[in-house]
Structures are given as C-alpha cells and as structure tokens.
Ligand binder design. Structure first.
Ligand code: SF4
Length: 293
C-alpha cells in the first residue's frame, strides 16, 4: 500500500536525518577545521566531528535535541493519496520517536504537557509545494531549538537600503552569539511580507552547501555576509575562533514599497535533513546526491 511506503520512507528519513549529517555539511565542517586558527575552536570542531562520526557508526541521534519536526514536500498533482499524506507523516513522526528513538520534544504552549511523540497542533510542520507530475519528494528537517530561539524577523525601513539590511543581519548574528550552536548556516529571506520573509529564510537552510543563489549579485551578497559574519570571532560553540558561519543562503521576494521584511533563520552545526522521492508504484529513491535535492 502506498500509504505504508510513504510512512516507512518518512520514518527512514527521520532516522537518516537524526543520525547522519549530509556529506556536504560534514565536508564544510572538516574544511573549516583545517582553516581554523584558534586552538579552542579546533578542539570544539574536533569534538563536533567526533560526535558526528560516533552518531553515524552507532546509528544514534547526533544531538539530544530532537528539534521540532518539519517536512518539506514537493508533490505532483497526480500523486495518489494526496489527502492522506498529512496524517501519514504524523503517524511516521510518532513511529520514529519510538523506533529511533527520539527525545519527545513537543509540549503544549501553555500547560507544557509533553505529547510524548513529537506531534501536536501544527506539528509536524508540513510545507507543501504542488507541481506537475505524479511523484512525491519528501525532505525531513528536524529543526533544533537552540538555533530556532534566535531566528529573527526585522521589518526594516526600505530607505535603509541594502546597507541597512546587512547591518540588521550582522547585528542579529552578533546578538545570537553562541546560542545557536555555531558553526551555523544562515538563511536570509528578504522581501515579501513578514511571513514570506521567515518562510524563505528557513527554506534557504535546505540549500546544498555548494550552491549559491542563481543571481550572481545575490551570490556575491551571500559571500560578503559570510565574510563579515566570520569576522565577529564568535567561533564554534561561541568560544571564539574564525568559524562562526559555514554558509549564507539568501532568497528574496517582491515586497510592498513601504516594507522591507528581513528574516534571519539560524541552523546549528547539526544541520539535519534527508530527502527521498516516491513514485505511485511504490518505488523509492533516497536523494543522498546533493545535486538531486
Ligand atoms: S541547536 Fe542544534 S546542536 Fe544545539 S542543542 Fe539544538 S539541535 Fe543540538
């Protein structure tokens, strides 16, 4: 049954994400270790890399913080069982919590009662993109709380221009300091409205490490922000060093002339994500090759 295939795939993706860091992120961390000048920072990066290796070898989560479970879906309009997908993903989250196991992380906002299975109202968070075709692509994205706590939205005055946007981003990185468990990936969403800017910022965190924005001027902006952010000296886990940010990914949307929303999303070093594509006949391909993600 296709429902069962989707459920099993989502459980596998949550396990893959929790236990195996994508190879491009590992390479970025290893590369940063080679360039790092501070002894304390080298020690922190060594500990992070050893932790990643141990998690992979023992198939256990690389961090105790399960995060909040997010799924990004690209669904062909012809994919069967469209109306079942949300409940199947919720079921998969409950199963993954038991089977991996994952720390139950989802609490009621007022009573703080833990649901015990990483689901609840609006959780898992499911982001839909409906496209032509008949396949379903799922990306599982458990988002850690430390890095989530410092995500920030600024509704800037458009007159501040790109200089003001850069200042806001850097001020946000400096005020976050070590809280998001650096080295981080920064997702920036510029324009749209308040919700669009934050959605773009968070989705930008999924971009493969080797890929820059398609517009060369935006790609240049990404490199400039990366360089400036690494001059802050915050360093791995906030203990000082050259490696604060591994990558900056900017996305933009057209905006109201009177608004300049800027969303800044932080992703900790545990940049967990895993993707797969499912066909209506039950065939599944795990997208470990970053070009396919
Ligand atoms: S922010 Fe990331 S690295 Fe830090 S505790 Fe949460 S999941 Fe772990």
């Amino acid at each position: 049954m296709l429902e069962r295939v989707v459920e099993d795939t989502a459980v596998n993706l949550l396990k893959l994400a929790a236990t195996q860091l994508p190879s491009d992120v590992k390479e970025a961390l290893t590369g940063a270790r080679g360039l790092e000048g501070s002894e304390i920072a080298k020690g922190q990066l060594d500990a992070i890399l050893a932790n990643i290796e141990l998690a992979e070898r023992t198939s256990t989560p690389m961090c105790q913080d399960t995060g909040i479970i997010i799924f990004y879906l690209t669904v062909g309009a012809e994919f069967p069982i469209l109306s079942e997908i949300a409940s199947v993903l919720s079921k998969a989250t409950k199963r993954a919590t038991k089977e991996i196991p994952l720390r139950p992380n989802t609490v009621h906002p007022f009573t703080e009662r833990n649901s015990g299975d990483n689901t609840g109202d609006y959780v898992p968070d499911i982001n839909w993109e409906i496209v032509e075709g008949d396949t379903l692509k799922i990306t599982a994205f458990p988002k850690g709380g430390g890095s989530e706590n410092v995500c920030t939205l600024g509704m800037l005055k458009p007159g501040l221009g790109i200089k003001g946007v850069k200042k806001f981003i850097l001020d946000t990185v400096i005020s976050a300091g070590g809280k998001p468990c650096p080295p981080i990936i920064l997702g920036i969403g510029i324009g749209g409205g308040s919700d669009i800017a934050m959605k773009l910022a968070k989705k930008a965190l999924l971009r493969p490490m080797s890929r820059h924005h398609r517009n060369p001027e935006i790609a240049e902006l990404e490199e400039e922000i990366l360089k400036l952010a690494n001059q802050t000296g915050i360093g791995p886990m906030g203990l000082g060093g050259d490696t604060t940010v591994l990558k900056v990914n900017v996305e933009y949307a057209h905006r109201h002339p009177a608004s300049m929303p800027v969303g800044v999303a932080f992703q900790c070093w545990a940049a967990r994500k895993a993707s797969a594509e499912i066909w209506p006949d039950g065939r599944v391909e795990y997208l470990t090759d970053e070009a396919k993600r």
